[in-house]
Ligand binder design. Structure first.
Ligand code: C5P
Length: 412
């Protein structure tokens, strides 16, 4: 069964000669089981008729600024949609989208939908590489919209090169992959540790670190979006999370995080340990605020915290998978690989503080993945949300049954 079955798709068609391909795209989506509602700009109706799209989609086409349903039907339609695909999206449409302008109908819908947005540009040769074009594309991608890249070939202008709207079959495949990914962790139980820990010194002071919890929260949200039920054990973080499939447990210390993770681990399919856990805690917590004295500087005796990853690694059963992080400043790859083995993990994401844009308190990250089969995947600098999806895709790949029919082995 296609992952498009039962999905609600708005297909936005703007004025471009490539609009003729949208008829075939509508047909392909409907044949895959999707419900398609077509939205046309007035310019699009000069290239292809609403009647054609009405017939192929089996639903009335939204081609009028107002309809019997009233002026705000775009809001209702926005709530109905599981995906909004603009194909073709000529440059003026997505320039307006990039700037949040709603005076083009295709762009207006972009402001109303809550679902993922993808856009398939259709352009002439020299427009593709214009700095303004590239900047607008980058801006839309930074909002989370998906670019469906242009193809090469003969263009309506008679020139040959880049700029053709992607073929309908490719757009269908991309949407299918998108919805397929939503089912990637269907029915899986995922445990995630995230954020820093605070190790109290006295009632007002603690030992902490600069982790914001952003990477772990992105992982929790991405896992939930892929269909998993998520237990998120979050250290002290200013951030929160709201998703019906994420159960949040807030903790403060490494010991509390350890207790929560060990309690939750049995029965989970995948544990992603993204927390920056303090390695040590003060051996004693003063009951009262420690006073400043003129005497010699006070020393704080430390004791080791339990290692959550290593403990879960020892408890791991066949079919369970553990993903960890390594933040290294020297001998990065060798340290990450040995951590993977030592803690009996299946996949480790190496962060390097040397990379510009990566690390604590950032919205972006750059990681290299190493798996238990010695596979190395270096990812580009991307948003933490995109990194989260890549990590979970790699984990899902390792969770697939092997050819012999058995799942992952517990030892390396
Ligand atoms: O040994 P190191 O702290 O570099 O290992 C990092 C990995 O181990 C991360 O995945 C981190 O969440 C996990 N870890 C843990 N418990 C600790 C220390 C680290 O789960 N006490």
């Amino acid at each position: 069964m296609s992952s498009l079955t039962g999905k609600h798709i708005i297909l936005g068609i703007s004025g471009s000669i490539a609009a003729y391909k949208s008829a075939l795209l509508t047909r392909l989506l409907v044949r895959s089981g999707a419900e398609v509602q077509v939205l046309m700009t007035p310019a699009a109706t000069t290239f292809i008729t609403p009647l054609t799209l009405h017939t192929l989609s089996g639903k009335p086409v939204h081609a009028q600024v107002s309809s019997e349903a009233g002026w705000n039907n775009h809001v209702e339609l926005g709530l109905w949609a599981d995906a909004y695909c603009l194909a073709p999206a000529p440059a003026n449409t997505w320039c307006q989208m990039a700037r949040g302008l709603g005076d083009n109908r295709g762009a207006a819908w972009d402001l109303c939908v809550r679902c993922p947005v993808s856009f398939a540009p259709a352009m002439d040769l020299d427009m593709v590489n214009q700095p303004a074009t590239q900047a607008n594309v980058a801006r839309l991608q930074s909002y989370g919209d998906t670019l469906i890249p242009v193809g090469r070939g003969e263009l309506a202008s008679g020139l040959v090169g880049e700029g053709r709207m992607a073929e309908p079959e490719d757009i269908q495949a991309m949407l299918e992959a998108h919805f397929g990914e939503q089912q990637l962790l269907d029915g899986k139980r995922v445990l995630i540790t995230a954020g820093p820990t605070h190790e109290p010194i006295d009632p007002v002071r603690f030992i902490g670190n600069r982790s914001s919890g952003r990477m772990g929260i992105a992982l929790a949200e991405a896992a939930a979006a892929m269909g998993a039920s998520v237990k998120l054990v979050l250290g002290p973080s200013a951030l929160g999370v709201h998703h019906p499939r994420i159960e949040l447990e807030r903790v403060e210390t490494a010991q509390e995080m350890f207790d929560a993770a060990v309690r939750q681990f049995p029965g989970t399919d995948l544990a992603v340990l993204a927390a920056a856990v303090a390695d040590y805690r003060p051996a004693e917590v003063a009951e009262q605020k420690i006073k400043k004295t003129e005497a010699a500087s006070p020393a704080i005796a430390l004791v080791k915290n339990p290692d959550i990853a290593a403990t879960l690694g020892r408890q791991k059963q066949p079919g369970q998978l553990i993903v960890g992080f390594a933040l290294e400043t020297e001998n990065e790859e060798a340290n990450a690989r040995s951590k993977l083995e030592r803690k009996n993990m299946d996949l480790i994401a190496l962060n390097s503080l040397r990379d510009e844009g990566a690390g604590f308190e950032r919205t972006t990250n750059k990681v290299t993945l190493f798996d238990r089969n010695n596979k190395r995947t270096a990812l580009e600098l991307k948003t933490k949300e995109a990194v989260a999806r890549d990590i979970l895709r790699a984990a899902a790949e390792l969770m697939k049954p092997t050819r012999a029919g058995s799942q992952n082995k517990t030892s390396l």
